[in-house]
Ligand binder design. Structure first.
Ligand SMILES: *Cc1c(COP(=O)(O)O)cnc(C)c1O
Length: 569
């Protein structure tokens, strides 16, 4: 690294960043968003550097046993081929020990060659004791000690590493979720008071779900920090527990949620803070299938890579070619499916995908609520693909996977209906799923899905969404005049939307499948294809270039500083 590359102004901190599909250092939406953020920041030439951890055992590799049980395989990932070692160390005081932390680097390279450096922190050094070397072993270890230590490494050592390497022009620290909030302890030392720290911190909150809002017992905090904790921590970090979200909220001058609805919900949860919204996006070039990319290069011209607003022209796409391109992606997916299961899929059937982290609030079993009714609706008409990892400590979600496996046997043996759970959902599988199915199903419990991004990936590939009106889909559904897909259950203005009653949603799901979606797919192909174009058009808005433009303007204040001016013109 030469010195002018150290002139970066924004430091982006994230517990997970999905840099490449073969790097197992992400678990789901948060990490993928972080990866797409950096890909767009690089394309746009933003003066940014990113900090995360590298995990030699990754998250985990998922296998499904013969009874549907999730088997978690530790990865053995040698990242020394993928990352460059930096010859500098910082230390972390943990309990009464000093732990050495080193860093690796990786470069995200934009379309015009602009590079964004990612620093990946690591404690697996000979000089450290075995338990210390183990601290950066696995992402999202359920053990609170391991967890707090990792977050100290991210926030504290991340800051120290930037200082050590000479990044002395950082003006904005962007905390992508609360995990990095210990960074604030270091900033307090530098800036002396919270008001001054606030001028330098941007905080993005990503979930209203309790498991995502991390807190630590003060006993644990005091044990690991000893006397190195700021005075008055109880005032700005949470009274009874140290809450990473509260800490980040109190120390950030700009706070945002990740969709309009999510900002409403967040304001209710945290009424004393000004919470803005910047709706999430995806990196369009990264998530288009190769077939669709070639097709759009022809039809929209290659300029769309620089000006994604050209997706506004999607309604002019040629229907015949669009259908052909979609079916190439579909055939690919079905060949993959058929080579991984004895349940054989049919490329002519409406294919529905439900693929995401398995978690209670996402209601993965909702569609199976009345198996016989479902079977009657989809027999000889539709087939279903599921995929997703359950967190190793989440026994309930592992049980969902077991049940889906059971339903799969039952539906095939009794009705010849194809339902399969594909193993190890990750980026490359996700790419083939979001482009290869016809319909993308998503039915979270209302207002718990902060944004969701997989539906955006499906949409730009011409796959229609069938989703509860939550997160991004409230915006996407109305923006497309209800053409890019369907809603499950009531609209936000309907008082019924406030009632958490699964049966309302199930009933609506079955009715729409039976009387709208399936008939449209088989008997009004022209209209289906028209709707696909509306779906693709949403890419003009739901992309990370637009999203990063908003961050740059609203939260990084790059315009005021005239750094990013040329890119805006
Ligand atoms: C996009 C993506 C996610 C996040 O999708 P959601 O819609 O937010 O659930 C998770 N995992 C993978 C592999 C993805 O590609």
């Amino acid at each position: 690294m030469n010195d002018d590359e150290k002139d970066q102004e924004i430091a982006y901190f994230s517990m997970e960043i999905a840099l490449e599909s073969s790097f197992p250092i992400y678990s789901g939406g948060l990490g993928i968003l972080a990866g797409d953020t950096l890909r767009s920041a690089a394309d746009m030439g933003l003066p940014m550097i990113a900090i995360t951890l590298t995990y030699d055992a990754g998250y985990f590799y998922q296998q499904i046993g013969s009874n549907g049980e999730q088997i978690e395989k530790e990865m053995e990932w040698d990242f020394s081929n993928d990352f460059k070692k930096i010859d500098q160390q910082v230390t972390l005081e943990l309990q009464d020990k000093l732990i050495k932390v080193e860093s690796w680097s990786y470069e995200v390279i934009g379309r015009n060659g602009h590079k964004i450096t990612v620093l990946l922190l690591d404690t697996d050094l000979n000089e450290n004791e075995p338990w210390q070397r183990n601290l950066t072993h696995m992402l999202y270890d359920a053990n609170p000690f391991q967890r707090i230590a990792q977050e100290m490494i991210l926030g504290i050592c991340g800051y120290r590493m930037l200082e050590k390497l000479g990044y002395d022009n950082i003006k904005t620290y962007h905390l992508n979720e609360g995990h990095a909030a210990f960074l604030i302890f270091e900033l307090l030392k530098k800036y002396k008071n919270l008001e001054e720290v606030k001028r330098h911190c941007v905080f993005t909150t990503h979930t209203p779900v309790k498991a995502g809002l991390e807190e630590f017992d003060y006993n644990l905090v005091n044990d690991v920090f000893r006397n190195r904790i700021p005075d008055q921590i109880h005032e700005f970090g949470g009274k009874n527990k140290l809450n990473m979200t509260i800490l980040a909220l109190n120390a950030s001058g700009y706070i945002n949620a990740v969709s309009k609805k999510h900002s409403e919900i967040s304001k209710k949860m945290f009424p004393n803070y000004e919470i803005n919204h910047i709706t999430n996006g995806i990196h369009v070039g990264y998530w288009l299938s190769p077939y669709m990319r070639d097709f759009l290069n022809e039809e929209l011209t290659r300029d769309w890579h620089h000006n994604i607003k050209l997706f506004e022209n999607a309604l002019n796409l040629d229907s015949y070619e669009l259908w052909r391109v979609h079916n190439k992606a579909k055939r690919n997916l079905i060949e993959y499916e058929n080579s991984h299961s004895w349940i054989l899929f049919d490329k002519n059937l409406l294919t529905i995908g439900f693929c995401r982290r398995i978690a209670e609030y996402k209601r993965p079993l909702l569609i199976f609520n009345d198996l016989e009714r479902l079977a009657k609706i989809i027999k000889k008409k539709a087939q279903l693909i599921f995929a997703g990892k359950a967190h190793p400590a989440d026994l309930q979600s592992k049980d969902y996977i077991r049940k889906i496996h059971e339903y799969s046997d039952y539906l095939w043996n009794s009705y010849g209906i194809g339902l399969i759970f594909l193993e190890n959902y990750e980026i490359s599988l996700a790419k083939s799923l979001v482009s290869g199915v016809d319909l993308w199903l998503n039915n979270p419990r209302r207002y718990l899905e902060a944004s969701g991004t997989s539906g955006m990936k499906a949409s730009i590939n011409g796959v229609l969404n069938f989703s509860t009106l939550d997160g991004w889909w409230i915006e996407g559904y109305f923006m497309s005049d209800k053409k890019a897909g369907w809603a499950i259950g009531p609209e936000p203005s309907d008082p019924k939307a406030q009632i958490a009653d699964d049966s309302i949603d199930v009933e609506d799901m079955y009715n729409k499948l039976e009387s709208e979606i399936i008939p449209l797919f088989y008997h009004s192909r022209d209209e289906w294809q028209e709707r696909m174009k509306y779906a693709i058009r949403l890419g003009a808005y739901f992309n990370t270039n637009r999203m990063m433009e908003e961050y740059a303007l609203k939260s990084y204040n790059l315009i005021k500083q005239r750094i990013w001016k040329s890119k805006i013109d």
